[in-house]
Design a protein around this ligand. Structure first.
Ligand code: ADP
Length: 633
């Protein structure tokens, strides 16, 4: 039949270029990737057969077979699994679906040194394409179980690939690599040498639950006996001291398609009426697409060693979606559906237990290995904090392992426990401020008095922070308080401030005329104008009422298509600032001066700008400001 030539998708082509020019030093892993794909294909076929969806497929001897030919320098990895249709080959092999690919390829092209590039490719994993690290031509022949015709795909990995329809082909997929000429300096990498293949399989793929066979040595007058290279023992079913860290890591790589070792391995065994084993991994880096809609969660469900389901969202709450691993439950039906799992009480119990176990592991990291915890928090803190909203039961546990940027230390985040321990005598609340970035919040006028008094403020810059601070009222009996919300009376916590109340009352009277007048003037925009104890340098700032939504929270709801009623805010004036005292004097001496309303408006506009906001009519603000400046030059 006719051979057609297709172009690789742009990102796929770029990725292949990078793979061919070989930035990954451990080339052995190509075999792990091909075996991993073959094993998945066998899992899928067995599952289809269990569900009566694989009519006509042969499932009697599912296995993986390796055939090496030193003469022609080829290595073939063959499986009799689910296979691919013609269209699927184009879809799955010619393109890369991962939504982070474009970004990843760009980072990779820009990576300065080989080490950085290697780290990146390890993090991404390139699956089937890793064949091109060792081969200058790859031929894939496949037939989808249940179909009659097959497909032959071939490519040298450059710009295009060829496809041909075949009248017949064995069920499943075979991938034949035409290996690059042996490196003279590097005799270690002869992938046609049986001892070499045996060693690689043992190292990377021993736990694969399907037999991986290799043709044995030919002997006179006898058919060669195939040799099974792997032990096929599920790691989670073996006792802990039997399994090395390396073996766990290889399973992680198989499950996650990540080439980097995990940060943590977690084992869990449950005996009793509902028996299960879990082997969970915390990756050492956050996946690119963790915040996208199509992100797949990494828990595979097995029933008595038989693979049942990928991406099993019923087993892990969304805020732990970065956890990868395997759960093997003894008493489930092989036919169990996602819907049933979602409603099953035992599964819900299991999910709670797994979540608690992961949180307990993070706690251990925190106390036992500060460096590891720091990595964990950098990569996954943002996601974990979602749990403060969604998992009321574990809120305390999540708060206990959370850390936050703070004015206490430029570089090191703090825990709430540490914050509380540092609280000043008489300080009653845990103070925080939310915003877009650390510099923006640090320079916000709301911080002035806190800085002047040396009070620590948590600086919260993740979008999720706007939400959880609304839900979490306190920690250790101490209320969480935004420095940009409600009345803040810092003098209360000031030991030397006896008589402060009388002083304040005097001031209020002094300014009462101005405050009343300004509240009226700006009534469209603000609910009140009052004196501030937050400010030491700026003339004014805008704050939200204690129970009102902040502008950032309003914007978030709006982005989600849900508009909150607009909450008017409060303008606070600094009674020690010359602009404010001057305005007060002007107001008391000549209340009908036409310049006064403009000054009030300018003052309000500046307060909005200072917190990173905008006057409602910027061009009017600029005009007023320019007119005013014109009079002074
Ligand atoms: P990944 O395995 O990370 O998804 P690959 O590039 O290795 O990426 O493979 C892409 C897809 O091609 C797989 O997800 C699978 O659907 C399909 N595929 C690869 N190898 C096989 C195989 N041996 N049998 C059936 N399908 C396969």
């Amino acid at each position: 039949m006719a051979t057609e030539t297709f172009e690789f998708q742009v990102e796929a082509r770029q990725l292949l270029q990078l793979v061919i020019h070989s930035i990954y030093s451990n080339k052995d892993v190509f075999l792990r990737e091909l075996i991993s794909n073959a094993s998945d294909a066998l899992d899928k076929l067995r599952l289809a057969a269990l569900r009566d969806e694989a009519a006509g497929a042969d499932v009697s001897d599912l296995h993986i077979e390796l055939v090496a030919d030193p003469e022609s320098r080829t290595l073939t990895v063959r499986d009799n699994g689910i296979g691919m249709s013609y269209e699927e080959v184009i879809q799955l092999i010619g393109t890369i679906a991962n939504s982070g690919t474009a970004k990843f390829v760009k980072e990779l092209q820009e990576a300065k040194d080989a080490g950085a590039a290697e780290g990146l490719i390890g993090q991404f994993g390139v699956g089937f394409y890793s064949s091109f690290m060792v081969a200058d031509e790859v031929v894939l022949v496949t037939r989808k179980a249940g179909e009659t015709g097959g497909t032959r795909w071939s490519s040298s990995g450059e710009g295009s690939y060829s496809l041909e329809r075949l009248d017949e082909a064995p069920q499943g997929t075979s991938v034949t690599l035409k290996l690059r000429p042996a490196d003279t300096e590097d005799q270690l990498h002869d992938y046609t040498a049986p001892w070499q293949i045996r060693q690689i399989v043992k190292k990377y793929s021993d736990f694969i639950t399907w037999p991986i066979r290799m043709a044995g040595p030919a002997e006179e007058g006898k058919e060669p006996e195939p040799e099974t290279l792997n032990s096929m023992k599920a790691l989670w079913a073996r006792s802990r001291d039997e399994v090395s860290d390396e073996e766990y890591h290889e399973l992680y790589k198989h499950l996650s398609h990540d080439w980097t070792d995990p940060l943590e391995t977690i084992r869990l065994q449950a005996e009793g009426t509902f028996e299960y084993q879990a082997l969970l991994f915390v990756p050492s880096r956050a996946p690119h697409d963790m915040f996208t809609r199509d992100y797949q969660r990494g828990i595979q469900l097995y029933v008595k060693r038989v693979f049942v389901m990928d991406d099993c969202e019923a087993l892990m709450p969304p805020y732990l979606r970065f956890v990868k691993g395997v759960v093997d439950a003894a008493d489930l039906s092989l036919n169990v559906s996602r819907e049933i799992l979602q409603q099953d009480r035992q599964i819900q119990l299991m999910r709670r237990r797994l979540a608690k176990k992961v949180l307990a592991t993070v706690k251990e990291m925190m106390t036992g290995d500060a460096e590891k915890y720091r990595t964990f928090w950098r990569e996954f803190g943002r996601v974990l904090k979602e749990g403060l909203l969604s998992d009321g039961e574990n809120r305390e546990a999540i708060l206990a392992v959370s850390s936050f940027a703070s004015t206490h230390d430029e570089a090191e985040p703090t825990t709430l426990r540490e914050y509380v321990e540092r609280m000043k005598n008489g300080q009653e609340h845990i103070y925080y401020l939310t915003g877009d970035s650390r510099p923006a919040i640090e320079n916000s006028p709301h911080m002035e008095a806190f800085r002047a008094k040396g009070l620590e403020v948590l600086l919260l810059t993740d979008p999720v922070d706007e939400l959880w601070v609304e839900a979490v009222a306190e920690f250790d009996g101490k209320q969480l308080r935004s420095v940009a919300k409600g009345e803040i009376d810092l003098d209360e916590s000031d030991d030397e401030a006896t008589g402060a109340e009388g002083e304040r009352e005097k001031r209020r009277q002094e300014f009462s005329g101005l405050l009343g007048w300004m509240t009226e003037q700006l009534g469209e925009e603000v609910k009140e104008v009052r004196l501030s104890s937050r400010l030491t340098v700026s003339p004014a700032c805008v704050v939200s009422d204690t129970f009102d939504a902040t502008p950032a929270l309003q914007a978030m709801y709006k982005a989600m298509g849900q508009e909150l009623p607009r909450a008017k805010r409060i303008l606070e004036l600094n009674p020690a600032h010359p602009l404010v005292t001057g305005l007060n004097q002007a107001h008391s001496e000549r209340a009908d001066d036409p310049g006064l309303p403009e000054t009030a408006e300018l003052l309000y506009g500046m307060a909005l700008l200072a917190e990173g906001g905008q006057p409602s009519d910027p061009s009017r603000f600029i005009k007023l400001m320019a007119d005013r400046l014109a009079r002074t030059v």
